[in-house]
Design a protein around this ligand. Structure first.
Ligand code: PLP
Length: 290
């Protein structure tokens, strides 16, 4: 079955889908994206993702391409038409098509909206085998990483460097201060040497992860203490446990950093508990509306 994409108001065979070469996303990276996990035909943390999309768009002065409820409907329709119940929905909004000029088109042109879905393996049954290795690299990105911009060149370079070293993620740090920011496409957490669960506080330096927010709500409800407090690369190296969160990695133990084991090199008790907590969150998510 060929894949169906939603492109500017139409559901089209993805092999035939095209964008204009003067689309500002293609020309300038002038756009915003979101990725939503679909499990058992349910959108996980959909409200967080749509709220973040709205916020990112507002930050670059782009309107929502359609109201939230309509967008929700299109997302469900793309999943349905592709018969995907376990997957990742990708949506991208760009500033549309206009003759190439850095400043915004005047008068404004309609934003371009593309939505695709791809299948992924079923949700991992247990944390065993879900752990992975990471490397560390200086963070070379721009100053507004809280905006989910489609400009991902530094992220791509960092991920590629990780892959070439047999790792799945690059953990980024500020060269000037030695403080960790986040992964190339994930939120990074540690259980520090004192046993405190920590991730960086929200600012312009990291993306506000939807999985981060959902996990924090679950932890608060379970009475688990955590701190939103930045940590250094040295603290990460000396951590008892480390893990990633994202819509694609869920809660993923990091067992080694730059080839050195984190703690004893096994998924520790805290990350095991959080993996289970998040699995319950995913499995208990409400059915989507459409
Ligand atoms: C830079 C960055 N940080 C964090 C995340 C995790 O965000 P979420 O949990 O919303 O997937 C992502 C996800 O793509 C990301 O690209």
């Amino acid at each position: 079955m060929s894949r169906i994409a939603y492109v500017n108001g139409r559901y089209v065979d993805q092999r035939l889908a095209e964008v204009n070469i003067e689309d500002r996303g293609y020309q300038f990276g002038d756009g915003i994206y979101e990725v939503v996990h679909l499990h058992d035909a349910r959108f996980i943390d959909e409200d967080h993702h749509l709220a973040r999309l709205e916020r990112s768009l507002a930050e670059i002065r782009l309107p929502m391409p359609m109201p939230r409820a309509a967008l929700r409907h299109v997302l469900a329709e793309v999943a349905r038409r592709n018969r995907v119940t376990e997957g990742l929905l990708y949506m991208q909004v760009t500033r549309g098509v206009a003759r190439r000029d850095h400043a915004f088109p005047k008068p404004p042109v309609p934003p371009a909206l593309v939505i695709t879905v791809k299948r992924i393996p079923p949700y991992p049954a247990s944390v065993e085998g879900w752990g992975a290795k990471a490397i560390t690299l200086p963070d070379l990105r721009w100053a507004r990483r809280d905006i989910k911009s489609i400009n991902l060149l530094p992220n791509c370079l960092a991920r590629q460097a990780a892959r070439e070293q047999g790792a799945i993620e690059a953990i980024l740090y500020e060269e000037a201060t030695g403080m960790v920011t986040e992964g190339a496409a994930t939120t990074f957490w540690i259980v520090d040497a004192g046993g405190v669960i920590r991730t960086r506080e929200l600012d312009h330096v990291i993306l506000p992860g939807c999985t981060r927010a959902a996990l924090m709500a679950e932890m608060a409800q379970a009475g688990l203490r955590f701190e939103e407090r930045a940590f250094s690369l040295e603290e990460a190296r000396g951590a008892r446990e480390a893990f990633l969160t994202s819509a694609t990695s869920f809660v993923k133990p990091i067992l080694a950093l730059d080839g050195h084991p984190v703690g004893d090199g096994q998924a520790g008790p805290v990350v095991r508990r959080l993996f289970d907590l998040f699995a319950r969150h995913v499995k208990g998510a409400p059915r989507n509306a459409a």
